[in-house]
Design a protein around this ligand. Structure first.
Ligand SMILES: *[C@@H]1O[C@H](CO)[C@@H](O)[C@H](O)[C@H]1NC(C)=O
Ligand SMILES: *[C@@H]1O[C@H](CO)[C@@H](O)[C@H](O)[C@H]1NC(C)=O
Ligand SMILES: *[C@@H]1O[C@H](CO)[C@@H](O)[C@H](O)[C@H]1NC(C)=O
Ligand SMILES: *[C@@H]1O[C@H](CO)[C@@H](O)[C@H](O)[C@H]1NC(C)=O
Ligand SMILES: *[C@@H]1O[C@H](CO)[C@@H](O)[C@H](O)[C@H]1NC(C)=O
Length: 635
C-alpha cells in the first residue's frame, strides 16, 4: 500500500486519464466463464492541495459502471472496493478501467488489486505420493519455475516441465518430468523413483554427479530416461540394463565422461573376475568374522552374569572423587568423571522408593531423588508399557555420555539392571517451559519477556551445539517446550535425547529415516511428508517453540477452528498488529522492536522450504541481538 501506479503524465488525451487492468478468468476457454470478483485497494499518497476531490475517478468493468459514485482516495487511509457478487457474462475476459472524471485535476491511482475466479476442480488433486516427491525435489533444488499449488491441477496451471495424465475418478498422475538445463548438481536423488507413474524423465544437461540410482529401474512405466550431459560416474545399474535389453526403455547417457557403459571402459569380463576375486577374499574374512562374533557373544554372556552379581552389591564404575563434590547443586563437575552405573536398589534408595513423581512421559515416570552426597537428581525410569523402546533408551544413554553443553541437560548416571532401565539426570527445579507458559499456575508466575528471550537464546545455543559442534551432527527430532527444562536460576537446558538422530555432513545433506517420530504440531513439512531429515527440520521445531514463547499459545490452536500456530501468527501479522500476537501476560513489558524481530526469526525458522530457514548459528546470533535490543529498551 506504500506504492501506487498512475498513468504517465503525457498528453491530456482521454486514454492517458485511464488505468486499465485486464483479467482472463477462463484462459483458452478451458472453463465455462467462472465470473470474477475484483478487489481494488487505494490510499492517497500525495498531499493533495485545495479541492479534496482533486483526484476523482470512476470504475468500470467491461465498460459498465462498477462504482456507483466517483471515488476519491483519502490521504494515507487504506480503502478497498469490491463486488460481492461475481461479474459474469463476458466470456471470461474482463477489463477493469479507472477513468478520471472531467473535474479531476489529478490522474487516477491504484495501490493494489486482486481478482478471483472460482474454477471448478472436476479432477481431484494430484496423487499424494507424486506431490510428496515433487515437494522434496522442489525444496532440494529451489527450482525457479512457476511451481506453486498442486502440480497437475488445474489443468491450465500445470507446473512447468511436467505432464500429467488425467483419468476419470482417479487423481492425476505425473507422467513426464523435464528438468533439462536446470543447473542442478549433486547426486540424483532417489525421490525421482517415487514418481511411480512417470514415463519420460529428462534430467539431461545438468551437473548431476555420482552414480545412476538403482531405484530408477523400479519405475514400471518409464520409457525414456535422458541423462545426457551430466557428470555421472559408475556403471549403468543392471536393472536398467535389463530394461534396455528387453526394449522397454530408452536410456540416453551420452556426454557423461566418467560413466562406464557396456561397450566402454568397464569390460563385463573384468567385472566378473573382479567379483570372483571379491568372493575369494570375502569368504575367509566372513569365517573369521563369524568365529569372532561367537567369541564376543560368549564373553558378553559371561560378563553379564558377573555384572549382575557385582551390581547388586555396589554401583559399578563408581568414580573416585564423586563424593567430594560440593552440595551446591553444581552437577557439572560430576560430568568430568565417567557416568556412573547404578543398580535398581541404588535407585530405590535414591528416590526413597520412588516416592515423588516429577512428571510422566512416553518413557515412563520421572522421580525426584538424591545422590549419597546430597546432590538432587531426577530419575527417569522406563516403565514396562513404555512407548520408548530399549533402543531409544540406549541411544539416549550413549549419546549423553558424549555430549556436554551448558544448555543440554546432563546425565549423572544410568541403570540397566535386568529389565530395569533408568537414566539419572541433574535436577531441574523449575520444571519445563511448557508448564511455565501454559501450566496451571503460569498466570501467577508468568515469565517476563526478557526471561523468555533468554530461555529461547539458551535453548538455541544447546541445539546449535548439537548441529555444529558434534561430529557426527545430531538432530534432536523432538524439540518442544515440554523438553526445555529450567533450573533454579531459570537457565534453560534441552532434554530428552531418546529420538536424537546422528548424521554425517559429508555426502548427502540429509538422511532419510524410516519412521516418523516427534510431536504433532512441531513436525517440519518435508520430514512429515517425505521423512527427509536435516538440521533444518530441527530449526523448524525450534521456530514453533519461539512462536509459543512469543504468544504463550500451544502449537495447535483449537479456537475458533484448529489452526497451527504458524498460520495463526501469519494471519495476525498480516493485519499488521504485533500486539495481538504477543502474549497478554507480557504486554506493556517489552520493547516492540525485539518482539518484531523474534517473530521474524520464528517465521523464518518455520519457512516451508528448508533452504529458506536460517541455521541454528544464525538463530543464536539473531536472538542475541534481540536480547541486546531488549536491554536497551529496559534502560
Ligand atoms: C503533469 O502534466 C501537467 C500538464 O501538462 C503539468 O502541469 C504537471 O506539472 C505534470 N506533472 C508532473 C508530475 O510531471
Ligand atoms: C479487454 O481489453 C483487451 C486489451 O485491451 C481487449 O483485447 C479485449 O477485447 C477487451 N475485452 C473486453 C470484453 O472489452
Ligand atoms: C525440456 O526442457 C528444456 C529446457 O527448458 C527444453 O529446451 C526442452 O525442449 C524440453 N524438452 C521437451 C521434450 O519438452
Ligand atoms: C557445471 O559446473 C561447472 C563447474 O563446476 C560450471 O562451469 C558449469 O557451468 C556447470 N554447468 C551447468 C549446466 O550448470
Ligand atoms: C563418483 O563421483 C563421486 C563424486 O562425484 C565420488 O565420490 C565417487 O568416488 C565416484 N565413483 C567412482 C566409481 O568413480
Amino acid at each position: 500500500m506504500q506504492t501506487a501506479i498512475t498513468p504517465r503524465n503525457g498528453s491530456r488525451s482521454a486514454s492517458s486519464r485511464t488505468i486499465e487492468l485486464s483479467w482472463d478468468a477462463a484462459p483458452n476457454h478451458a472453463y465455462p466463464d467462472p465470473g470474477v470478483i475484483g478487489i481494488v485497494y487505494f490510499a492517497e499518497l500525495e498531499v493533495v492541495a485545495g479541492d479534496a476531490a482533486a483526484r476523482q475517478f470512476e470504475m468500470a468493468i467491461n465498460g459498465k459502471l462498477w462504482s456507483k459514485a466517483p471515488f476519491t482516495p483519502q490521504h494515507l487511509v487504506c480503502d478497498a472496493f469490491f463486488n460481492s457478487e461475481a461479474h459474469r457474462g463476458f466470456g471470461g475476459d474482463y477489463n477493469i478501467t479507472l477513468n478520471a472524471t472531467a473535474n479531476s485535476t489529478l490522474l487516477p491511482t491504484i495501490n493494489a488489486a486482486e481478482f478471483f475466479s472460482v474454477v471448478s476442480m472436476t479432477n481431484v488433486a494430484t496423487d499424494s505420493k507424486d506431490v510428496a516427491a515433487m515437494a522434496v525435489i522442489k525444496a532440494k533444488y529451489e527450482v525457479k519455475k512457476n511451481w506453486a499449488g498442486d502440480p497437475c491441477a488445474p489443468k491450465t496451471l500445470v507446473w512447468e516441465g511436467l505432464n500429467c495424465s488425467y483419468a476419470i475418478s482417479m487423481p492425476p498422475r505425473i507422467t513426464r518430468l523435464n528438468m533439462s538445463f536446470g543447473g542442478l548438481s549433486g547426486g540424483i536423488p532417489s525421490h525421482f523413483s517415487n514418481l511411480k507413474a512417470i514415463k519420460y524423465l529428462d534430467l539431461s544437461y545438468n551437473n548431476f554427479t555420482g552414480p545412476i540410482p538403482k531405484a530408477l529401474s523400479d519405475l514400471p512405466f518409464l520409457v525414456v530416461l535422458d541423462l545426457t550431459g551430466n557428470q555421472l560416474n559408475g556403471s549403468i545399474p543392471s536393472g536398467l540394463m535389463k530394461r534396455i535389453q528387453d526394449g522397454s526403455l530408452t536410456l540416453r547417457y551420452g556426454k557423461n565422461p566418467n560413466l562406464c557403459s557396456n561397450g566402454g571402459s568397464c569390460e563385463p569380463t573384468k567385472k566378473n573376475s573382479k567379483s570372483m576375486l571379491a568372493v575369494y577374499i570375502a569368504a575367509p574374512i566372513l569365517a573369521v568374522v563369524v568365529i569372532g562374533a561367537l567369541a564376543v557373544l560368549l564373553l558378553l554372556i559371561m560378563t553379564k552374569k558377573q555384572g549382575s552379581i557385582k551390581g547388586s552389591v555396589k554401583p559399578q564404575n563408581e568414580a573416585s572423587g564423586v563424593h567430594s563434590q560440593s552440595r551446591n547443586g553444581d552437577t557439572h563437575s560430576l560430568l568430568q568423571v565417567d557416568n556412573r552405573r547404578f543398580t535398581y536398589k541404588d535407585l530405590q534408595v535414591m528416590t526413597n522408593n520412588f516416592k515423588t513423581v516429577l512428571g510422566r512421559g512416553g518413557f515412563g515416570s520421572v522421580y525426584d531423588g538424591f545422590l549419597p552426597d546430597g546432590t538432587q537428581v531426577a530419575v527417569k525410569l522406563r516403565s514396562e508399557s513404555s512407548r520408548q523402546g530399549v533402543r531409544e533408551f540406549l541411544t539416549e544413554a550413549q549419546t549423553l555420555t558424549k555430549i556436554h553443553h551448558k544448555n543440554l541437560v546432563s546425565m549423572v548416571g544410568y541403570c540397566k539392571d535386568g529389565e530395569y532401565m533408568a537414566l539419572v539426570y541433574e535436577h531441574m527445579s523449575e520444571g519445563n517451559l511448557e508448564d511455565k507458559l501454559r501450566g496451571k499456575d503460569s498466570n501467577s508466575t508468568s515469565l517476563t519477556w526478557r526471561q523468555r528471550l533468554r530461555i529461547a537464546m539458551e535453548s538455541a545455543q544447546g541445539l546449535e551445539y548439537l548441529h555444529v559442534a558434534c561430529s557426527p551432527a545430531f538432530v534432536h527430532r523432538d524439540v518442544k517446550t515440554s523438553n526445555i527444562l529450567l533450573n533454579v536460576n531459570l537457565k534453560a537446558k534441552v532434554a530428552d535425547f531418546g529420538l536424537l538422530k546422528a548424521f554425517n555432513h559429508d555426502g548427502d545433506t540429509h538422511v532419510s529415516t524410516t519412521r516418523l517420530v516427534g510431536t504433532h504440531g512441531y513436525l517440519a513439512p518435508e520430514y512429515a511428508a517425505a521423512l527427509q531429515l536435516t538440521e533444518k527440520s530441527g530449526v523448524y521445531n525450534f521456530g514453533v517453540v519461539l512462536l509459543e514463547v512469543i504468544t504463550g499459545r500451544p502449537p495447535i490452536l483449537q479456537c475458533p477452528k484448529p489452526t497451527n500456530i504458524i498460520q495463526w501468527v501469519r494471519q495476525h501479522l498480516a493485519q499488521g498488529n504485533i500486539e495481538d500476537v504477543a502474549d497478554v501476560r507480557i504486554r506493556g513489558d517489552y520493547g516492540i522492536n525485539s518482539v518484531w524481530k523474534v517473530t521474524g526469526v520464528a517465521l523464518k525458522c518455520t519457512a516451508q522450504a528448508p533452504t529458506q530457514r536460517p541455521t541454528m548459528t544464525e538463530v543464536v546470533a539473531q536472538l542475541q541481538e534481540c536480547l541486546k535490543l531488549e536491554e536497551h529498551h529496559m534502560i
